[in-house]
Design a protein around this ligand. Structure first.
Ligand SMILES: Cc1ncc(C[n+]2csc(CCOP(=O)(O)OP(=O)(O)O)c2C)c(N)n1
Length: 287
């Protein structure tokens, strides 16, 4: 368990490592990983019951990054947590790397699902949580979704199934930054509006019988409290969704709230600016 000041320092370092890795690999996503950074740090350092030295430990909590395009954020946090050396981040998105552009569980032990095609992670999580229940296992399954992602119909089939099987051991974290690949939620592309543009996901989750909890997705205390409560209520058989209000590209003046940074590669100058804004010095700084 880390103190809040340590978690904040880890989040700053994590953000810098995301930019540095994407700069060096020449590809990757920035906005989504920065949006989810506090949630990933909180999960891996203060919430999940895991053993980085034994990544396939059967009774570990499971975490599924359903919005798999944020993979670099997950790898950075896993490296900081000790799953593999930080130097391995330099292989990100290369042909033979364990760190593919989207998570590949067949390559990196510790990844609980291969993701990237949006919409599938919650169904995967339902399968794991149902399996745990049938086997009498007490570990908890957490799934992170994006607000754009939940426009995929398969997500709602999973929401329905989770309630049907009373999977209180399943918690979804919804990274609600409102910014998708091409712009704001509800803005759409062109002149066609979609019913999703006006829908309130909180009401839909509620209608399916889920417990809905709203938090500031950048506040460590709120993230940890919401996850802890969800786990403690598992026996009630009600799945929980934590709707986390976040800012896409959070943490840097030039990326916050800018959809252009969904998947943009930072220049050397931008990386240097990030280093200054985040207060990074020493060996993590640009070589
Ligand atoms: C099925 C599918 N359709 C489209 C994409 C391309 N895509 C990758 S990320 C993204 C936007 C996701 O937005 P959101 O879920 O809000 O994630 P975040 O804003 O947190 O990055 C899209 C459309 C995909 N990966 N999978």
């Amino acid at each position: 368990m880390k103190a809040y000041a340590d978690l904040e320092a880890l989040a700053r370092k994590g953000r810098y490592l995301v930019l540095k890795t994407v700069h060096h690999s020449g590809a990757g996503h920035i906005g989504g990983p920065l949006s989810a950074m506090e949630m990933l740090i909180a999960l891996y350092f203060n919430v999940l019951n895991i053993r980085p030295e034994d990544p396939l430990w059967e009774d570990r909590d499971r975490f599924i990054l359903s919005k798999g395009h944020s993979a670099i954020g997950l790898y950075v946090v896993m490296a900081l947590r000790g799953y593999f050396p930080l130097e391995e981040l330099a292989t990100f998105d290369k042909g033979n790397s364990r760190l593919q552009g989207h998570p590949d569980m067949t390559r990196l032990p510790g990844l609980d699902a291969s993701t990237g095609s949006l919409g599938q992670g919650l169904s995967f999580g339902v399968g794991i949580a149902l399996g745990a229940k049938l086997k009498g296992k007490t570990f908890h399954t957490f799934v992170m979704l994006g607000d754009g992602e939940i426009q995929e119909g398969m997500v709602w089939e999973a929401v329905n199934t989770a309630r049907k099987y009373r999977l209180g051991n399943l918690t979804a974290l919804l990274d609600w930054n409102g910014l998708q690949q091409y712009g704001w939620r509800g803005q759409g592309r062109g002149d066609r509006r979609d019913p999703w543009d006006d829908a309130d996901p909180r009401q839909i989750f509620q209608a399916f019988g889920w417990r809905v909890r709203e938090i500031d997705g950048h506040a460590f205390d709120q993230i940890i409290a919401a996850c802890t409560e969800a786990r403690a209520a598992a026996a009630e058989g009600v799945p929980t969704v934590i709707v986390a209000h976040t800012i896409k590209g959070k943490g840097l003046s030039f990326t916050e709230g800018k959809h252009a940074w969904h998947s943009k590669v930072p220049t050397r100058e931008e990386l240097e600016q990030a280093r200054k804004e985040l207060g990074i010095e020493g060996e993590e700084a640009l070589a």
